[in-house]
Ligand binder design. Structure first.
Ligand code: HEM
Length: 456
């Protein structure tokens, strides 16, 4: 049976490359069946470093069922992400991983269709709606932090729950409560499915739960569309229901459902991961907590909310967040598929080659980042940024598919740390250094125990 993520179900994809394609590229196929997948998943950075040391910055490996090529470094990032010649397909890169539960999301589209849908969805990320999300985020975050105050908490699950609860208001336009909890659980199940080792929806697998969750959400969103179209809600869902294309037409119900599912997936774990990483790094660097707190208190807001118009004044917080995304990018690698033959780094690649952008590797190249393992937010002053290759830092990707929600991510992060650090300090409470699981989205294996201690 053909499933949505398979070649059989997608006759418009280029056929599978023939066996033996890419034999000329240095690299390895790893173990029978699993290839190099396990080594890559266990420690992606150690794997890339070992491969580069052995084969150079262009190498072949075999993971998740097929051969692919890693092209490392800022020039390669620019080639694939900026994609001046429309050479690379995002749909055919991500499709085998995401199509079963997140078909037709923005990252699963290419070129003209992608551009048109992206433009339609972007209404939900313009300044006016962002202002309203800021109000909701301020209220939700300010209400939650007192519950953590003076306690030792596992930070990762706590902020994951908070992000889900906040999404109920900003994304769905419903209050926290049983309905929001059910929708959220369905998202969690769908995300789990995308990384399940078993790629078919067999009984008792994460994929089966994911496919069922998707059916629930398709029904949930689909049933709600007419009322949202008629209403005046300013949450993301309502806005997308009312959004129009250039010719004035509305998105169909199916399109809305697919875009909403994808947006929620793209937002949840990335925000959760990056806020967790920043808490971990600030825990290890208390002098930076003090610097950020001083900047925040300098706004003179007397403990009130952080207004949307003043968010940009938190310059050091912005640098610290960018430095966090450098060290621990939530999306460490981005797949693409070549639609035509191309050459790079002295090698020729046939049409159909799966290629990967590796943000995590580029972010620690000592040529661009002196002392790459050191947390130093001042790497992101405007002068430092101007002096560096533009594609040395790509946590949000680049080019046509650059993260549509990046301003939302900046907004939530700054409001979160504003409420946390003006009132509290983060004190690490784990055993030594945080143990990270990097695949598929970085998270601390111990949940990141911290004490949230009141200041002042
Ligand atoms: C720190 C948080 C985030 C990170 C690191 C991140 C990272 C990324 C990356 C790397 C891509 C590009 C993938 C590619 O080129 O194939 C992307 C795309 C996308 N992101 Fe984010 N993201 C974050 C938060 C969000 C949020 C909060 C939202 C929604 C509110 C969102 C929505 C999207 C969407 C819709 C796309 C697809 C854009 C397109 O294909 O045109 N992301 N994100």
């Amino acid at each position: 049976m053909a499933h949505a993520h398979t070649f059989e179900a997608n006759p418009h994809w280029l056929p599978r490359p023939p066996r033996g394609a890419l034999d000329d590229i240095p690299g390895e196929d790893g173990w029978p069946l699993v290839g190099t997948t396990l080594e890559q998943v266990r420690d992606p950075m150690a794997f890339s470093r070992r491969m580069v040391a052995r084969y150079g910055p262009v190498y072949r490996n075999r993971s998740f069922g097929g051969r692919s090529i890693a092209l490392l470094g800022p020039e390669a990032n620019e080639l694939m992400l900026f994609d001046r010649d429309r050479l690379f397909s995002s749909e055919q890169g991500w499709g085998p991983m995401l199509n079963l539960v997140f078909p037709r999301g923005l990252m699963l589209m290419d070129f003209e269709k992608h551009r048109a849908d992206r433009k339609t969805l972007s209404v939900a990320f313009k300044p006016e709606p962002m202002r309203r999300y800021a109000d909701a985020l301020n209220a939700g975050i300010a209400a939650r932090i007192p519950q953590w105050s003076g306690r030792k908490i596992l930070f990762y699950p706590a902020v994951k729950q908070l992000t889900l609860d906040l999404a109920a208001t900003s994304f769905l336009g419903i209050p926290f409560g049983p309905e929001a909890a059910k929708v959220n659980q369905a998202f969690v199940d769908m995300v789990q499915a995308t990384i399940g080792v078993i790629r078919l929806p067999l009984p008792f697998t994460a994929m089966r739960r994911g496919v069922k969750a998707r059916a629930y959400l398709v029904e949930y969103f689909g049933a709600a569309v007419p009322a949202r179209r008629a209403g005046e809600g300013d949450d993301i869902f309502s806005q997308i229901c009312r959004a129009t294309r250039d010719d004035g037409s509305l998105l169909t119900v199916d399109e809305i459902v697919d875009h909403m599912n994808f947006l929620m997936m793209a937002a949840h774990d990335t925000i959760t991961s990056s806020i967790t990483s920043m808490v971990s790094l600030l825990g290890e660097n208390p002098q930076w907590q003090d610097r950020l707190r001083a900047e925040m208190l300098g706004l003179g807001l007397e403990g009130g909310p952080l207004p949307y118009d003043r968010v940009d004044e938190l310059v050091l917080t912005d640098y610290a967040f960018k430095e966090t995304l450098r060290l621990i990018p939530p999306v460490p690698a981005i797949p693409r598929r070549a639609l035509r033959d191309f050459s790079f780094g002295g090698y020729d690649f046939p049409a159909g080659t799966f290629v990967g952008v590796n943000a995590a590797y580029a972010h620690r190249m000592p040529e661009y980042w002196p002392d790459p393992d050191v947390f130093d937010p001042m790497r992101f002053t405007p002068e430092a940024v101007r002096a560096r290759h533009k594609y040395a830092w790509v946590p949000f990707g680049g080019g046509a598919h650059m993260c549509l929600g990046l301003h939302f991510a900046y907004l939530q992060t700054r409001i979160f740390f504003y409420h946390l650090l003006t009132t509290h300090r983060i004190v690490p409470a784990g055993k030594g250094e945080t143990p990270w699981q990097y695949w598929p989205i970085p998270q601390p294996k111990d949940g990141l125990p911290v004490r949230i201690e009141r200041v002042g």
